[in-house]
Each structure stands twice: as C-alpha cells, then as structure tokens.
Design a protein around this ligand. Sequence first.
Ligand code: ATP
Ligand code: MG
Length: 586
Amino acid sequence: MSELFVRTLREDPVDAEVPSHRWLVRAGYVRRVAPGIYSWLPLGYRVLRNVEKIVREEMDAIGAQEVHLPALLPREPYEATGRWTEYGPNLFRLKDRRGGDYLLGPTHEEVFTLLVKDLYSSYKDLPLSLYQIQTKYRDEARPRAGVLRGREFVMKDSYSFDIDDAGLEKAYQLHRDAYVRIFNRLGFEYVIVHATSGAMGGSASEEFLAVAENGEDTFVRSPGGYAANVEAVHIPVPAPQSLEGAPAAHVEDTPNTPTIDTLVALANERHPRPDRPWTAADTLKNVVVMVRELDGTQRPLVIGLPGDRAVDEKRLAAHLEPAELEAFTEEDFADHPSLVKGYIGPTALGRESVSKIEFLVDPRVVEGTRWLTGANEPGQHVFELAVGRDFTPDGVIDVAEIRAGDPAPDGSGPLELARGIEMGHIFQLGRKYAEALGLKVLDQNGKLVTVTMGSYGVGVSRAVAAVAEGTCDEQGLCWPRELAPFDVQVLATGKGEEIATAAADLAHDLDQAGVSVLLDDRKASPGVKFADAEIMGMPTNVVVGRGLADGVLELRDRRTGERREIAVADALGEIVATVHGRPNLD
Ligand code: ATP
Ligand code: MG
C-alpha cells in the first residue's frame, strides 16, 4: 500500500510570486535548495514521473529510441560548434583537477551528433531519432517561480538524423504530431507559434506555449490562424514611395522639444501641414543602445523607428543574440559628442558618417518615406528628410513593439496579443551541427553527404509547474487524473480505532484493486485534514469519519467540489469506477 506521512506544511518565503508554486511548496511537492535549484519530494516526484511517462510513451510511439547521456561534458565538441563561447553566461563551465574544461549540458546537440557519428556511416542507418529525459543546467539570469524556470531542470530532448531535407521535414512533422498528443494529454490550453531559433541556429522552428496570464513569453495571433512569438514576428514591409515632386528637406528651429510630444505640438503650431496635423507617426525617433559582444567589447547602435512606436526590448535582445543589450549612459553620450541627446538625426548616423555609429531602421522606414527628425543641433529638427534622397541607413532592424490591431504579416487579419509559458520547442536545425562536427554518411551512390538534423525539447519539470498553475484554485492544487500523484486520498477523520482501521482497510483494498492511495492517518483535526487534502489536490477524496457508524463514507470530487455519500459495502466498486471510469454498458 502506498502510504505517506504528511508532515506539517511549511511555506517557503522565497519565490512566492506564482500561486501554484506556493501550493507546491506548502503541500510538500518541492523544496528549494538554492535559487533555481529544487528537491523533488515524494508527491512532486510522482507528478514529475507521470509527465515523463506521457512524454516517453509518445516519443516511443513515433519510433524514437531513448538513451541517457551524461550531463557533465567536455569542452571540445562545444568549442567546435562555437557554443562554448556563444552560449554566454548561461553556460555552467567548470574545471577538473587536471585543469581540463568541462560544462554542464544546457542542451545536447553536440553529444548526440558525435554519438551518431561514432556509430553510423551509411544512409541505411537513417532515418534515426534519439531522445533522452535528462537534467539540464543553465545559469539563468532570473530563475523564477520555482521549477518553472530553474537553473537545474528536467528536459526531454530528442534529435532526428536524416539524409535529406524531405527526411528532416518528415521527422519534424512526426515530432510536431507527437507534441500535440503530449500537450493534449497534459491537459492545458496551448498554442503553437512561429519562433526564433536563438543560440541554437537553424531555420524552421515552432514553440508550444501554455496560455497563461503570468507567462514570460508574449505571442500574437490573428483570426486567420497566424500565431507567433513576438520575437519571431516579421512585420509586413510597405512598398517604396516615389519622391517625385516631394518638398526638399528643411531645418527649423524647434526649441525645447526633447520629446516626441513636444515636437509634434510645436510642429503643428509653427509649421502646420496643409493636409492634416502632424502626428508622432510622422517623426523618426532615433534610439541609442549599447551592444556588448561576447568578447566584452562594446559598440553603440542607433535604431530609427516611427515616433509612435517603442523598441521592444525582448525583440531587440533576440535579434542581437548572442551579443547582449546594455543601456546607453550619460558617460557614453559624453564619449560620443556627435550624438546630440534629444536631437539625434540620420545625417550624423551610419558607418560612413561622422559618428561611424551603425544606424538601422524599422522596416516601415522604406525608400521614399519622409520624416520629421533630429538635425543634430540642440533645438533643431529637420522636416521632410527622405530615405534614399537625404540619408541611407546601414540596414533594417525589425524590433519595434507589436501592438494589438497591427496587421498579421500574412494578411490574415489584425493581431491580438497574449501571454504564455514556453513548454516545448521544435527546430529544423539543418546541417549546422553535422557540419561542425563532421557527421557524414555514404549515400546510395557511395558519396559522402552531411546529415541533416532536427532538435526537439519539452520542459518536463516546467510542465509540472505549468499544469499546477493552470489547474489550481483558491483552495490549492487540483491535478488532472493522469498527472495526480495518487488517484485517491483517504482521510480518517474522527477518533476511535474503528475509523482508523476502516480507513486503513479501505486504502489496502483500493491498492489491491490497482488504485493508488494516499492515506492521511495523522493525528490531526478533521478541519486540518480537509484543508490539507484541498491543498494537495488529489482528484478524489474519501472521508472515513462520523458516517461510518451508519455504514456510509463520503466521496469528494476535488475539481467540481461535488460530495456524495456511499455505502461502505459499495465503497470499493464505487471508487474504482470513479477512478477508472465506469464501464460503458450500452
Ligand atoms: P526560455 O525561452 O523559456 O528560456 P528556451 O528557449 O531557452 O526557453 P529551449 O532551449 O528551447 O528553451 O529548451 C526546450 C524546453 O526546455 C523549453 O521549451 C522549456 O519548456 C524548457 N526549459 C528551458 N529552460 C528552462 C528552465 N530554465 N527551467 C525549466 N524548463 C526550461
Ligand atoms: Mg526556445
């Protein structure tokens, strides 16, 4: 019989910003050891294993084979792919006693590639999909919400190996279908969105996001079915405009207009347009940031975008990766006197300009568009400054904020914004890793060809937190049956040997009947036991208490709150039917 002694529930003062995490701690599912590092206690570990089981079944079903590779890895393969450096500060790097460099695997592309290289040599060995469910390590800048974003966490990662693009496409689709089944079984609302591939490299990629108000990812979707992580949105680019007959640029005094609002107000007062008032969207705002390269060197970057838009920091960070984003400080301005704060304009920007500072513009700033923007003199702006005629930016950068109502890039309607938690990510990696590590096989014609790969991850420990977050209520956790640590919690409430014995016997019989049981036989008051059972969140609670004298027990459904009395004599059959579903007699 499965029996657990429930200790006094203690709350972890740290990391309580997400309600489900507080319940997971109070109910004794996880305990914090250090920031982003958690122990899994008996109840939590059972949920974790239930998630693993679902993932394992669905991976096995598409013919992927499970292996288990080390987490402690040598530097060389990661050096060969460039990731020893490119992974940046998130990589745990360490030395052994001989001074050799090692790392704790944040993801395992290199090791899988080498494993396949070691074992296989022919197209006849492919296609091949391998996976593992393994602990990963990432020195996250902001570990958050308990196991949702850990520095040590459990991931299922799989890798596909194919001889050609058609094979990769097929493997990708198989994984995508398996992921749909996994996330349907885990039972949360999710969306599949276009994604960027970040430090991983590669081309096509999609993310599975659990829809959650306090998720860290923002995604967009349109009525016509477009869905993307905001980081991956490429806005529609307007057509170039003709400059025929367009007025020449003219510099005007615009005293005391360091902000867009003050500038627009002054323009409307002193230089009104004949057709309509000036708006912020007519201005070109030039935002200066500092980019820190992996080797520590810094360089300024100016981003020109319509004045009614802000730069989206996450989109910019994703664009700059693996370089990092830093603020441009007062000292930086002092070091770059050609940048006149509040009045920065395109004519002083660009690699070929006096400042030599790289100048990239939003895709809306196309050839032939005319802008009201800084004239690089305090108190002066320039009107009608035209792209292609009066200035030429170094390139385009698509990092402005996306707003609700913006058009979807594929013309499928206005975008809506929502938040989510990334649960899974699938990539068509292509040949990047195989090329770097020399993974080649002989094709049908006896010619050596480079293998093409896919990489597919599911956040297994994160799924526990995400399901808890999606299902918990004011009283505590509320597990879907497939993930619950136990099918049933039996509560012995009330004094007397008889109650304790009846509860223990029932738990034993249920266990024999294939129902997993948590028996609360503590010497605590009924009120405490009821409240704790709500917090712990087993789908079915059975109360063995006062009613026993009259031959009845109480069955409680944690999710609906429904309660009903059942006769002791029928209890076993009733509970088994509740847990396993009643047989269909039609
Ligand atoms: P995120 O954007 O949330 O940092 P990622 O893009 O770095 O995630 P991947 O490298 O694609 O994540 O990893 C595959 C999966 O592993 C993710 O979809 C996520 O579910 C999970 N995962 C990633 N980082 C963590 C973490 N720190 N803690 C728990 N799970 C994680
Ligand atoms: Mg990702």
